[in-house]
Design a protein around this ligand. Structure first.
Ligand SMILES: OCc1cccc(Br)n1
Length: 445
């Protein structure tokens, strides 16, 4: 029997075990704060999404790789004040090592590439789908984990690599039924911001901090952006200049301020030129306010957004040519993107594009009475060896079995009955045509 005492968080049920009277507290059935369980229905949707990630990766000849979710904390200690490094899910393990549940994938990828060194032939195109973590005070009640599809191209310095990546994201959207009228991709280059800082002779060491602050544009009030820029040492004149450039949305405007020979402008023009051949021109737009919030981006950056403006960025990425040297390795050109598993599902819901996925089984095998359980198992295992998914049912009434067959969308209901079995037959009901017939065992598979 149970008696309940209410505590701070929830009703704690003390179930008194009638055998030895020991009071055992019922477990809390919720997963840890900020994490999710995936029921079979949830998992079908997630697997459907991930299968699309994998298929696009295959179409672009990317190879799958994987890394531990647990990483050394040192991989993510950066001084640029990024949100991602201020919310590390970090702890000390029993060996006294400072470790984290990784907040992103790219540093692990760079670590593995550095580890393999000269034995790797470049360029390479790698992808992975992995769970990433952050430890955010629950004041904001946001998730603490999500899965990210990462695509990275290492060893190509030309803008062709960014075009391949943006094309991969567009291909994924198209596969899910999303069009360029649902989603746009804002594109810019940090080299543009670099040029602005040079124009106002802002010291180079402020570059990543300025990028991280400017990434908050349209997320926090503009005067807070200005105050943060000033607080890291940017002059008021430069702040005005930065804000002005960030509002630019066309190449003529940009060239008027920076000149057309600037590397950043040339890269972007090339990307827009490639977009014609790839067929994703309708998806991309120049938007200099896009900088992305990661310290290590150095060139073209991009992020996909829903044109209704209701959701956070769907995916984002860019070029990070300095990450390897930051880790003490050789300079290696690199670019990539991350694509989370949460915002895209919200977008599909909003657009009525969620797929209708049900539990699919080929055959249900059911012995009509007790002593036919052996033959039923034999039939089930033969069918399974022939690649058919089989649900072998026992201890149920026939009425339940028929309903169950309908519920899980089985193709055939195979009833093992005495008289048929004596003739080496079983009764088969085709659940799509509703036809019933006796079938020889050997003709079943
Ligand atoms: O994209 C930022 C991020 C990183 C780790 C976990 C979650 Br949820 N979100």
């Amino acid at each position: 029997h149970k008696h309940s005492t209410s505590t701070q968080d929830n009703i704690v049920q003390h179930i008194t075990n009638e055998n030895d009277g020991e009071v055992m507290e019922a477990i809390d059935t919720n997963p840890p704060r900020g994490t999710r369980d995936f029921t079979p229905e949830d998992m079908r949707l997630r697997s459907w999404l991930f299968q699309n990630f994998r298929e696009v990766s295959r179409l672009l000849s990317f190879e799958e790789v994987d890394f531990p979710v647990l990483e050394s904390e040192a991989l993510f200690i950066r001084k640029a004040g990024e949100e991602i490094t201020q919310q590390l899910y970090n702890f000390e393990d029993k060996g006294g090592r400072r470790v984290v549940l990784r907040p992103e994938i790219t540093p692990s990828l760079a670590r593995l590439i550095m580890k393999q060194g000269k034995s790797l032939s470049l360029p390479l195109k790698w992808y992975t789908i992995g769970q990433c973590w952050r430890y955010e005070r629950m004041t904001r009640g946001r998730r603490r984990e999500h899965y990210q599809w990462n695509m990275d191209i290492i060893g190509i310095s030309k803008v062709r690599a960014e075009a391949e990546l943006i094309y991969a994201a567009v291909l994924l959207f198209e596969r899910l039924g999303i069009t360029a009228s649902d989603v746009g991709i804002r594109v810019s280059s940090r080299k543009v911001l670099q040029a602005v800082l040079e124009k106002y002779s802002i010291p180079q060491h402020l570059f990543t901090k300025v990028c991280v602050i400017v990434d908050k544009l349209n997320k926090i009030p503009i005067d807070e952006i200005q105050n943060e820029l000033i607080s890291v040492g940017v002059s008021l004149g430069a702040v005005k200049g930065i804000i002005e450039v960030l509002s630019l949305k066309s190449f003529p405007e940009l060239e008027a301020i920076l000149g057309s020979d600037k590397e950043g402008v040339a890269d972007l023009k090339k990307l827009f030129f490639f977009a014609e051949d790839y067929g994703f021109s309708q998806w991309i737009q120049l938007d200099v306010s896009v900088v992305r919030g990661l310290a290590y981006y150095t060139g073209i950056v991009f992020e996909a957004f829903d044109r209704d403006g209701k959701l956070r960025a769907i995916c984002g990425g860019g070029r990070y040519d300095k990450l390897f040297s930051m880790f003490g390795g050789d300079d290696t050109p690199a670019c990539g993107f991350g694509f989370g598993d949460a915002v895209i599902i919200e977008l599909l819901k909003d657009k009525g594009l969620l797929p209708n996925l049900s539990h699919k089984v080929d055959d249900i095998v059911f012995p009509l009475d007790g002593e036919l359980e052996g033959p039923a198992s034999r039939i089930a295992s033969a069918l399974r060896r022939n690649g058919r998914s089989v649900d072998l049912i026992e201890d149920k009434r026939l009425k339940w079995v028929f309903k169950h067959a309908e519920r899980i969308g089985a193709n055939r209901l195979i009833l093992v009955g005495n008289s048929e079995w004596q003739q080496g037959m079983v009764r088969v009901k085709d659940l799509s045509t509703r036809e019933e017939s006796n079938v020889k065992i050997e003709e079943l598979c």
